[in-house]
Design a protein around this ligand. Structure first.
Ligand code: NAP
Length: 311
């Protein structure tokens, strides 16, 4: 593509402001061309719209869109953008259902545009080296502990508790995006216990057991009721010692070594990947993390727990 990729950000909420806008501004392969968000908020003097419809109808020149809305509206927006010939960057999770994502994948093939189902946690500094190290090890077991305080990290986000919002799997799917990337064998859900507040549609906690195809057990403990220290940790026991990935994949400790800590480059790396996919005329639509979440809901043993309220 001659010149920078003209990109519009759709859904100007927390992640768009915290990560997408700075990553786009720092990458010369992109030029922010417009924004669309429900309340018509904008960026500087750029064209701003309340909806993607209005943006497409305006004729503003855009080559690509980054969809940073809640997942429940992602399919409609992505299908519209693909039909209009735009490359599409999907925030995680790539949709509200697996069926939507499969249809988008077919639509992008027919339209000849790039579709990128992004998993930002896979770009955390420790994740690539962890994958390389584990590729040559025998896995004995693994443990995922993702415990955070929902009141701190998702204040007032009503959509996250609604059907399709995933509840505690909104952060939990990040852990699964790492695990499906670093573990050498595919794994599947064996047991799922979902704790759902009496007044909400989505779980506040989940206790999961997986097994990989070579027989190793993988446990996952997700909880949004954690106050005090927060945990976003994965440990993997192998024939050559225990690998630890902490702080969401940013700190890697290999057996006998000091922890490796590196600068956060998740979103700059995501945009570099999106540019490379567009340049190569290809797509990246991996649904493995979402399939595990869907299976956890499919076979989940639902327990109703104390109602959740925010001040
Ligand atoms: P958020 O703060 O609630 O922001 C979502 C934004 O989307 C809001 O500004 C909302 O506008 C807008 N929106 C909703 N429907 C729209 C539509 N049809 N057209 C245009 N704009 C629309 O949520 P968030 O935390 O940024 O999360 C968004 C997505 O990013 C989620 O899938 C989440 O899993 C993912 N993510 C979030 C984080 C994080 O740290 N928060 C990290 C990584 C990934 P109004 O407010 O005006 O309704």
């Amino acid at each position: 593509m001659a010149g920078p990729i003209r990109i519009a950000v759709i859904g100007l909420g927390k992640i768009a402001h915290d990560q997408h806008l700075p990553a786009i501004a720092a990458n010369p392969a992109f030029q922010l061309a417009a924004t669309a968000s429900t309340h018509g908020e904008g960026v500087g003097g750029l064209p701003r719209f309340a909806t993607l419809d209005e943006m497409l109808a305006s004729g503003v020149a855009v080559d690509a869109v980054a969809l940073c809305t809640p997942p429940q509206v992602r399919y409609q927006l992505a299908a519209q953008a693909i039909a209009a010939g735009k490359h599409v960057f999907l925030e995680k999770p790539p949709g509200a259902t697996l069926g939507e994502v499969a249809i988008l994948d077919a639509q992008r093939q027919a339209a000849g545009v790039t579709l990128f189902a992004s998993w930002h946690s896979r770009y955390a500094a420790g994740v690539g080296p962890a994958r390389d190290w584990l590729a040559e090890r025998e896995i004995r077991s693994a443990s995922i502990v993702w415990r955070e305080d929902v009141r701190v990290w998702h204040p007032g986000q009503a959509w996250i508790w609604e059907p399709g919002g995933l509840g505690v799997f909104d952060p939990g799917i990040n852990a699964l995006s790492i695990a499906t990337y670093i573990l050498p064998h595919p794994f599947f859900v064996e047991r799922s216990v979902l704790s759902i507040p009496a007044n909400r549609a989505a779980p506040i906690a989940a206790d999961l057991s997986f097994r990989d195809v070579a027989g190793a057990a993988i446990r996952m403990d997700l909880d949004w009721r954690q106050t005090g220290p927060q945990s976003w940790d994965i440990s993997v026991d192998t024939d050559r010692g225990t690998l630890r990935l902490e702080k969401g994949g940013t700190v890697l400790t290999l057996p006998g070594e000091a922890p490796r800590i590196a600068e956060d480059r998740e979103y700059p790396e995501l945009y570099a990947r999106f540019a490379a996919l567009i340049d190569a005329g290809t797509s990246d639509v991996d649904i493995a993390p979402m399939r595990l979440v869907a299976d956890a809901f499919l076979c989940g043993d639902r327990r109703i727990v104390e109602a959740f309220s925010e001040p």
